[in-house]
Design a protein. Structure first.
Lengths: 357, 357, 357
């Protein structure tokens, strides 16, 4: 197979890039930059970046044309853009100069629009998108091909909805929300009333509210509230294949890594970080700034600021110690058996001694 | 962002609601109800519900206009609908009076229909749905926008297929089946024949059979049988992001919580409940009425009626005790070291004593 | 519900099947075969197969008309096709004689094609497919209904893309790649630069490269590289609901079972096998021929050829021993308490003895 393809290359002057992130330049400045790369992948023409001095050696070996750094790489003649936070600078440069252009504005002729909707200016609605009735869409929104927007949905400004998303009836997006492909917003919560051994569906009448600056990865599922709303608050970022059940509330600026599952009515505070594949049971409260290790199973409330891990999740120090010792169990068992033998021996000797004396 | 939107409010008389669930009314009866809410979210006009007396205090604090209860809330002047099972009553009321209407009947002009199909009366086929050849669709079925129905599929009566579902060739749905968005029925099973270090695909020739009253959540995957069928039996409910492999058989009235994975050819009896993120290996048999704790890894057959947990899953009591002790391991190890020291001391003392005597 | 449907049955002569896999026939040869089945499901007319002599009894009870075997079933008059590897033979027969035909070649009139694309001969593009600009599609490719192909995508020869896939901008498929329904290739990696308590998106400028003979299951997600590529190499097979993060490299001929998650920039060698629901942290290296048990949490590099398991994953023998002992912890604790008591008794007795003497 061939790995080349028709990429349209942009060339940007190093000076322009440096100005955009208020960088001090060390070294030559008359250079054109065609892309951004990690140190190991960079080719001539690329701008790369050094996140800490430990990578100076890798930087010297890199073929990059120039670097963004916090501390200059010693003895390297190539141009270096010095900034306080190289990762933030690279994010800014990537967004301003190297992002592919958004799709053309307007409504593709194959898209299906419902009635009584309101669409803001500079919106792009892609091929084979279907939009329900009474939908409100803000300014500069992009809805990519194949997505479905249900009835009575409200979408704020500058949102991006990638291909094959389903944003279902009555759900609400704030501004600058990004939904990646395959993500489902507003599926029914999992609620049944048990009667005579059968499960009777409790209709799910609520919706989902997603606030400003939230990004949800690919194939995420967010159930609508049974009654009331499932809510994801401002600035929270959610990775692929995360499951968020009905009536969950996720606070501001949280990070949920891939394949996390959160059961119904659980509430997260602000700035909570959850590692991949962790699961949280229903109806618990996770305080602000809590960190939950990957793979944990959280079964109880967690106090603000705590770090927890394990199944069931306990405080981080206890969990880490037990994790180490679990693999010493075979030796511990041997030790216990050996102690028992020695003890029996002592007991019988002491019995003899006592009898003797 | 704004969180208001154009919801079309229905007003129902309390008397009508009470009659529908055969409730005894305590308190005033001349009231109009505009929605159903949980106690904490209710606003004036809402009907709420009390599942147990422990919530009587919360009910008093609630702004709800009326309540569905099993035992009356003492000293509350608001109307109370007394029923034997409040949750069942609320489910009935939600379904009969507060569900949004189904989409209009008929075939949307943008839908693509294959040849030789048979479509029952009062069916709704949404925008941009594609349907293969020789498909049979029963009465009153709703297929929402963007879904795909493969060749030779059979769909019973009163099914609801939400947007962006793929129901693939030759699969069969019973009556009143609900498939939520992003769910895939009939993807290929994961089967390869190893030869000279490479994996050769075993074609997956079977199908999936989903019986009456089954509901599958969002982004669920159900693989077709390699040969024969993968089967989900009557009344079983499956939450989001569950994976069901080829030739699995799931009995009647099971509950599978989110992110569960079941490997190939495993068989579940009736009324099995599996907690979130649990995994079951291939080719095992789970008896009727088994309960499997969230996060478990089941590697062996489970006897009917057993409750199991852990990785690997064992009987519930053993698992729970071990779970507690795992976090006492650091102290147990200390205790063992201390016993060893004391024992050595005793041994040397006894040696001296014996030598002395 | 009815479980019958209009399947078009093919009849093949047993002799033709035997020739196709170079089998020796024992027993009668003048037979027509209408399908392939497992032993227990087979009906008259079916060819079944016996993978090991332990199944000879099941074969005798089976209603199959004929068998593919490595060693003949003793005392069974039915025809037996003797081959060195029955599973490989069955895979070959299933593919050559019993696979449903591919959809008709050509572009469905409802498909939307972008500009400047190049489409090879004998391609099939299904209903309501949307294809971006500058897309290159090889010979004999099948793109099923409802899938979306982004701008600048390259697709090799003989690929099959099932319904409702999203293959996003600039991603590259080799030859004979199979993508199952709901799978997302090229979603953004999960990368943010933290600044003043907020998460700033790092634009994801890379792509995904999927080499020849790779098969990805349903609802899989593969993120694009932040810069550079996420790569899945030749012959690797990935089950449903697997998450592959940005810049991951997966070697040749690996097997990833359902619901596995691999975090960013982790590298797998050749022929690695990962059991279901295992998770791998970011930036680690897994050597060739490593096997990782289902449900493991891998937090460190793994040496080529190692078998690991557990959370955190350790070598297989240690993990298995600890797994067994974890459930003996209650007895071990009792034993420790009993040893302590006996030791105290001995100590006091020895004190007395010493004092006495």
């Amino acid at each position: 197979m061939t790995t080349t393809f028709s990429q349209r290359v942009t060339h940007k002057s190093l000076l322009e890039l440096a100005h955009a992130v208020h960088a001090t330049i060390q070294g030559p400045t008359d250079l054109l930059i065609s892309g951004i790369s990690q140190l190991s992948d960079a080719t001539s023409g690329d701008l790369s970046f050094v996140l800490k001095p430990a990578f100076h050696q890798a930087a010297k070996a890199s073929l990059a044309a120039a670097f963004v750094v916090a501390q200059p790489i010693p003895d390297d003649p190539r141009p270096q853009l010095i900034v306080p936070n190289p990762l933030v600078a690279i994010a800014t440069l990537a967004e301003r100069f190297f992002l592919p252009p958004l799709p053309p504005r307007g409504v593709h002729p194959s898209a299906i629009l419902g009635s009584e909707g309101r669409i803001g200016p500079e919106v792009s609605i892609g091929a084979l998108v279907s939009i329900g009735d009474r939908v409100q869409i803000g300014s500069r929104v992009t809805i990519h091909a194949g997505s479905h927007i249900g009835n009575d949905v409200v979408i704020g400004d500058d949102c991006i909805i990638y291909p094959n998303v389903a944003l279902l009836d009555r759900c609400i997006l704030g501004n600058r929300v990004i939904l990646h492909s395959g993500t489902i917003i507003g599926s029914d919560g999992f609620g049944y009333a048990q009667l005579e051994g059968r499960h009777h569906k409790i209709p799910q009448l609520g919706n989902v509210i997603i606030e400003d600056d939230v990004e949800l990865g690919a194939n995420v599922t967010v159930d609508r509230g049974t009654f009331g709303s499932t809510t994801i608050k401002r600035g929270t970022k959610v990775d692929n294949q995360v499951q968020i059940a009905h009536n969950v509330v996720i606070g501001e600026d949280c990070i949920l890594v891939a394949q996390v599952g959160i059961a119904g009515s659980t509430t997260l505070g602000k700035n909570v970080m959850i590692g991949g594949q962790a699961g949280l049971v229903d109806h618990i409260t996770i305080g602000d700034n809590v960190r939950i290790a990957a793979g944990s199973g959280v079964t109880n409330d967690v106090t603000p600021g705590f770090i927890v891990g394990g199944r069931p999740a306990v405080d981080h120090a206890t969990w880490r110690k037990s994790q180490v010792i679990q693999y010493q169990l075979p030796e511990l068992r041997k030790e216990i058996l050996s102690l028992r033998k020695r003890l029996m021996l002592l007991e019988s000797r002491l019995n003899e001694t006592t009898t003797d004396s």
